[in-house]
Design a protein around this ligand. Structure first.
Ligand SMILES: NC(=O)c1ccc[n+]([C@@H]2O[C@H](COP(=O)([O-])OP(=O)(O)OC[C@H]3O[C@@H](n4cnc5c(N)ncnc54)[C@H](O)[C@@H]3O)[C@@H](O)[C@H]2O)c1
Length: 386
């Protein structure tokens, strides 16, 4: 009999990302062995309840409910996973923390900076609990390698970064209205949904933001309402967010978050240039981090200089297992398992997560600054007063 601690999991929201988080937990003991704790899928809450019942079928949760408070009330649930639309994050996180649960919340942390502040305050008053924000790209081997290289000084002085996160879902003007383009549910559009990820990565790799200037554009201002022929609803958040930024370290750059990048699938690109080298990455080629080193000989006839592809593939450091093996190509789900493992380890070892609520707050601050900048057509300095 193992004397390992058991952590009971309560999943709130069983739409797209609720399923992703659930599958990550189910897979985890293959990727990490031994596991620091046993995991038990206890309850799943979603609206409509039918969706939660699917979770019972698919993942073996013990029960389904359409009331997330049923999960928080259970003594055998230690972890609350917040996988709902953004407008519900704050209430669920705060109630969960107050009930003594560890919390893993999806990005963006909240609807605005005021909400994020409330959340961090409650999290700070519960230092015995672990609360983390899901920024799964931090657990991508290529990004883990990039961070190490940058910390070792590979880039030298960083001059600039050119960053984009591209989707094409809103390119079709006939796509019906959905919650991610209605401000009352999401708080922001492409900026919140896509830029938030790469703002986090920029901060993860290069440090804090100093100021931003943004232009947010809604290309399709009305969309059909699903199931109501001839009826249209207002779109009040951007399809595309362009942000120019300056970092504390003096580097400058751009971030584009776009849902009208026709032809794109789920693609983020990062290009960083320093005086000693450069790094570039495209998430559609996730097995390789490209690096350029000015210290390589440029002669004769180009010498050995040029972008080189480092095979980061599935080369996770320990405690990851060698399953399925470092040579097998990597996929998007694997990064979520990295996030889940980090969260579970932080709980067992009582370690403060790197992507804690304060990290979520920092990203929220950049999102808010970008919204203010667009509205007032000016540069906005960080930190934003609120
Ligand atoms: N990290 C990532 O890569 C990533 C990717 C997609 C979405 N997200 C984030 O995940 C969150 C959810 O997005 P999604 O794409 O899964 O949306 P979704 O619409 O697919 O799923 C949301 C689910 O929440 C459920 N829900 C709504 N109200 C509820 C309530 N009161 N109680 C319980 N469940 C309720 C809905 O029924 C729905 O199934 C958002 O915050 C989003 O930004 C993150």
């Amino acid at each position: 009999m193992s004397d390992k601690r058991t952590l009971g999991i309560g999943m709130v929201g069983y739409g797209f990302i609720g399923k992703v988080h659930t599958l990550s937990y189910l897979n985890l003991s293959y990727y990490y062995n031994p596991m620091p704790a046993k995991l038990k899928m206890i309850g799943v809450a979603s609206v409509p309840k039918k969706e939660a019942e699917e979770g019972v079928e698919q993942a073996g949760f013990e029960f389904a409910t359409d009331n997330w408070k049923d999960l928080i009330a259970r003594d055998d649930i230690d972890i609350i996973e917040v996988c709902t639309p953004n407008y519900l994050h704050k209430e669920i996180i705060i109630e969960a923390l107050k009930a003594g649960k560890h919390v893993n919340c999806e990005k963006p942390l909240a609807m605005n900076l005021d909400e994020a502040k409330e959340i961090t305050k409650v999290a700070d008053s519960h230092p015995e609990l672990i609360s983390q924000v899901t920024f799964e790209y931090r657990y991508q081997p290529a990004m883990m390698r990039a961070k190490r290289l940058i910390e070792e000084g590979f880039l030298g002085r960083v001059y600039s970064a050119r960053i984009a996160y591209l989707h094409s879902g809103n390119s079709d003007p006939n796509r019906p209205l959905y919650w991610k383009i209605q401000k009352k549910f999401c708080g922001g559009g492409a900026l919140y949904d896509l830029s938030s990820h790469v703002i986090d990565l920029t901060r993860f790799l290069l440090g804090d933001f100093k100021r931003v200037f943004s232009k947010l554009e809604i290309f399709t201002k009305e969309r059909p309402i699903a199931g109501k022929p001839g009826q249209f609803g207002k779109v009040d958040v951007e399809d595309l967010a362009l942000t120019v930024f300056e970092l504390e370290n003096g580097a400058i750059g751009t971030i584009e978050g776009s849902k009208v990048a026709t032809g794109a699938n789920d693609e983020y690109r990062i290009e960083i240039h320093g005086d000693k080298g450069a790094i570039r990455f495209n998430s559609m080629q996730p097995n390789f981090l490209e690096v350029y080193d000015t210290r390589d000989a440029g002669e004769p006839i180009g010498g050995r200089r040029g972008f080189t592809a480092i095979e980061t593939v599935q080369r996770y450091p320990k405690p990851a297992t060698q399953f399925p093996g470092p040579k097998f190509s990597i996929g998007w789900m694997r990064y979520h398992s990295g996030n889940a493992m980090d969260f579970v380890t932080n709980i067992v070892e009582h370690k403060r997560p790197e992507a804690d609520m304060h990290a979520g707050y920092k990203i929220q601050e950049v999102l808010e600054a970008a919204q203010i900048s667009d509205k007032e057509k000016r540069w906005v300095d960080l930190p934003v007063e609120n």
